[in-house]
Design a protein around this ligand. Structure first.
Ligand SMILES: Nc1ncnc2c1ncn2[C@@H]1O[C@H](COP(=O)(O)OP(=O)(O)OP(=O)(O)O)[C@@H](O)[C@H]1O
Ligand SMILES: [Mg+2]
Length: 453
């Protein structure tokens, strides 16, 4: 058998593209096989040990998208790079969300193909050698199945391919920055910088030089020329966070950059051309700021070419469970904890809470629970105090009964244990297994609840 670095299946209905990829990958030292449609892909994957699949989305018989979904389910370990034609960003985003390793936009450059393949192969080697690849591939995913978030995803998909300015509005912690990063990541600028400036955090007098840099001697202490964020972001994306906090004076300067696509460093008079995509975010209602004359209308319209309104978490309750599980996996993996379940009681509390701090608050609560919880299951008492307190308040007749959360949890627990014992005919070992607790813990609880007879 000849030596090769790994085995790759290449699937595309276009013969010329297949042979191009075969040539490139063979030169790189990989063994290659090809398929012309989704059915052939499934056949090949069933028959061979593969290290990587590169697959077109649009193919006859079974298309790449369908084949992809089957493969994700049946061969979750196999890295898949999807190929898409330019302009189908929505589909691209969809496959990335479903766990594709990466994607290539056609027509592609050979060096890009090589880089993506090497990345996939080295991550595969990493996964095979070390620990089981826990939730790793999902870290930093973008989660959401609610219709409201699906709309947001679609908009992201559509705007990624363009250079239009985007204004993202939403409450704190709803995911504005994540959306900005995602747009960048799916744009043609993805290999160029993403530069973030928090307009609210930088003192007003420093913001201009933060944006545009300065020349040596521009002011006392300017001992040498400094490059600003716009210059850093050249070719990439600049994210103007909390754009509503910007001073009127700086708003004028920003407007000028948007119009002229050039700027001057502070203390300089050279016009420096710049090619940046601008994404702005705010948790203010900018139309109100316009009415109050604290935000320029002309700047607003320049920024708001595409508008994304991010819903509060409370408006998309369908996403809560998904996000909670996602963050649980993220923090179990990050903190090196064994995988955990979230108990139904804990989930009920999580879903019933109103999450004023939105996704960020949920993320923090789950991290807290993962850290605090000792067992394999996240229990209500592992959740942060304020969320548990809210529960108590929310109970319609809490005032009358004065029943604490603990009481409720205990009642549920007692009932579950009694049922498990009944189901197993009193066999404690089996009942413990059923409940996913240790035999000792079960014995302890049986005594506590007086279930022994
Ligand atoms: N749909 C989502 N899927 C996965 N993670 C999310 C999602 N939305 C938000 N997050 C995570 O929640 C946290 C808060 O999101 P982000 O920082 O983007 O919010 P923000 O709207 O910019 O908040 P702020 O206005 O306070 O700056 C981040 O860790 C982010 O990764
Ligand atoms: Mg933010």
């Amino acid at each position: 058998m000849d030596e090769h670095k790994g085995t790759v299946l290449i699937a595309d209905d276009e013969e010329s593209l297949r042979s191009l990829l075969v040539k490139v990958l063979s030169k790189m030292g990989y063994a290659t096989f090809t398929a012309g449609n989704g059915e052939e892909v499934l056949n090949e994957v069933g028959q061979r040990e593969l290290d990587l699949l590169i697959m077109d989305i649009r193919m006859p018989k079974l298309d790449g998208m369908e084949a992809f979904k089957v493969l994700r389910r049946e061969y979750p370990e196999l890295p898949i790079i999807m190929m898409t034609a330019f302009g189908s960003m929505e589909t691209t985003l969809e496959v990335m969300r479903l766990g594709a390793f990466d994607y290539l936009t056609k027509p592609f450059d050979v060096p890009v193909v090589k880089a993506v393949v090497e990345k996939a192969m080295s991550s595969r080697r990493g996964a095979a050698g070390g620990e089981p690849a826990l939730a790793q591939p999902w870290v930093n995913a973008f989660v959401g199945s609610s219709p409201l978030m699906q709309d947001v995803f679609k908009t992201i998909g559509r705007v990624s391919a363009s250079d239009s300015s985007v204004l993202i509005q939403g409450e704190s912690g709803t995911g504005k920055e994540l959306i900005a990063r995602t747009i960048h990541q799916y744009s043609n600028r993805k290999n160029m910088p993403f530069v973030s400036v928090n307009c609210g955090a930088v003192p007003e007098n420093l913001l201009e030089s933060e944006f545009f840099g300065y020349e040596k001697g521009a002011f006392t202490g300017a001992n040498q020329r400094k490059i600003g964020k716009f210059e850093y972001a050249d070719g990439g994306t600049i994210f103007l966070d909390e754009v509503g906090e910007m001073s009127p004076q700086l708003q004028v300067k920003l407007l000028r950059v948007l119009q002229e696509r050039e700027f001057q460093r502070v203390g300089g008079n050279e016009n420096i051309p710049v090619d940046v995509r601008i994404i702005a975010a705010t948790n203010k209602d900018l139309r109100q700021s316009i009415a109050a004359k604290t935000f320029r209308a002309d700047l607003f319209y320049r920024l708001n070419v595409v508008s994304i309104q991010v819903p509060r978490l409370e408006q998309r309750k369908e996403d809560i469970q998904l996000l909670a599980s996602y963050f649980r996996d993220k923090y179990c993996s990050k903190l090196g904890k064994e995988p955990k379940r979230i108990s139904p009681e804990a989930m009920e509390i999580i879903e019933g809470y109103d999450w004023p701090g939105n996704v960020r608050e949920l993320e923090n609560a789950i991290e807290h629970a993962v850290v605090m919880g000792s067992g394999r299951v996240i229990l209500p008492e592992d959740l942060p105090e304020d969320i548990l307190m809210y529960q108590g308040k929310d109970m319609p007749d809490a005032g009358e009964r004065q029943e604490t959360l603990r009481d409720r949890v205990k009642a549920v627990e007692k009932e579950a244990i009694a049922q498990a014992l009944k189901k197993t005919g009193g066999n404690k070992l089996q009942a413990a297994k059923l409940l996913d607790i240790s035999r000792r813990a079960l014995q302890y609880k049986i005594e506590e609840y007086g279930l022994e007879n």
